[in-house]
Design a binder for this molecule. Structure first.
Ligand SMILES: NC(=O)c1ccc[n+]([C@@H]2O[C@H](COP(=O)([O-])OP(=O)(O)OC[C@H]3O[C@@H](n4cnc5c(N)ncnc54)[C@H](OP(=O)(O)O)[C@@H]3O)[C@@H](O)[C@H]2O)c1
Length: 312
């Protein structure tokens, strides 16, 4: 079969022949891939830089996909990349049926493949990592990316009374009120998020240290719990957190991702996320590209707004 194959972490994947997959475990099934999203997580997997990377090569990247099984059912599936180097950017792959959910027949595979990963980031963080309840206020750092835009919509769907969407790009911020943001601001205007209950942080790096100080020093009640959810690190892997931030306010910093959230929690949340996407609850930005163009698209679309979805 044809697949996107990484043979060197410093090079983009090449479209080439790859051995046909074989199912071995009890729940494993060989499926036909219909659409696989090129998420930041997939880029770091293919670059060997994700914190779960084992360094094993060759590998076929792709952490999730919409697939068709032998019975003709369309499923959304998550790959356990700790267990295999065969991801989803291939004509066929192997999935664990227990880590998949059957989709309604009418669903658009490209839309689902684009949307689940970014939507899951905030959905699982709010539902599984903090005691988020309806009526609470949420701020999103890095709200202009795919995951951040989804977080605006997810927070509202899960009952946030107010969403403050923060980012660095004014034109993209201006689109967010239509998705449910009550307040939009740049990263140096975060006093406007001072009294939120939860921060969903996709940035980390240098902006996070500054944002934390700005929010905490402007907080009306520093004894009120603030849950800071570290979900992405698009601005840098290290952040400088002042000691005083932790002592002078009721700040709780927790991460949300593979490892801090058990695989079964992701799987349990999947049907509700997929249902929301399938019913059109979220505005999804997706661009389908043939798998054969993987190498070109890998380098030419870094930083593009639409989520690239590879279609074999
Ligand atoms: N833990 C999880 O479960 C999980 C799941 C999904 C994603 N993530 C992570 O979340 C992050 C965002 O993912 P995504 O899908 O939204 O990516 P994306 O669609 O590529 O968007 C990234 C956004 O980050 C912004 N950005 C980049 N560098 C920045 C900086 N220095 N300061 C401010 N903004 C900056 C960009 O802003 P501009 O619009 O200004 O260019 C862009 O809008 C990634 O780190 C990803 O790995 C985590």
């Amino acid at each position: 079969m044809k697949a996107a194959v990484v043979t060197d972490f410093s090079q983009p994947p090449h479209y080439q022949d790859f051995p046909d997959p074989v199912a071995s475990g009890e729940d494993e099934v060989v499926v036909e891939v219909l659409a696989a999203g090129l998420h930041p997580r997939v880029r770091s997997q293919a670059g060997g830089s994700h914190y779960t990377s084992t360094g094993e090569l060759p590998l076929v990247p792709g952490v999730d996909a919409v697939v068709r099984d032998r019975q003709g059912k369309i499923r959304y599936a998550i790959i356990d990349v700790d267990e295999t180097t065969l991801g989803t950017m291939a004509e066929r792959t192997v999935i664990d049926a227990g880590r998949s959910v059957v989709l309604p027949a009418k669903v658009d595979p490209v839309e689902v493949a684009a949307a689940v990963n970014p939507a899951m980031s905030s959905w699982v963080a709010l539902r599984r990592r903090v005691d988020f309840s309806r009526g609470q206020r949420v701020a999103i750092l890095g709200a202009t990316g795919n995951a951040g835009r989804m977080a605006v919509q997810v927070a509202k769907r899960l009952g946030a009374s107010e969403v403050v969407a923060a980012g660095r790009d004014a034109a993209k911020l201006a689109e967010l009120p239509a998705l449910g943001a009550d307040v939009t601001c740049t990263l140096d205007q975060l006093a406007q998020a001072a009294d939120v209950d939860v921060v969903i942080d996709y940035l980390w790096g240098e902006p996070t240290g500054r944002a934390m100080v700005e929010i905490l020093t402007n907080r009306a009640d520093r004894g009120k719990q603030l849950a800071w959810l570290e979900v992405g690190a698009i601005a840098g892997p290290q952040a400088s957190i002042p000691a005083a931030a932790l002592r002078s306010a009721r700040l709780q910093i927790v991460g949300s991702g593979i490892g801090s959230v058990p695989g079964r929690d992701f799987v349990e949340e999947l049907p509700k996320i997929v249902e929301a996407i399938a019913e059109g609850a979220f505005d999804v930005r997706a661009k389908a590209v043939p798998l054969s163009e993987v190498e070109r698209v890998w380098t030419s679309t870094a930083g593009t707004s639409d989520r690239i979805v590879l279609v074999p």
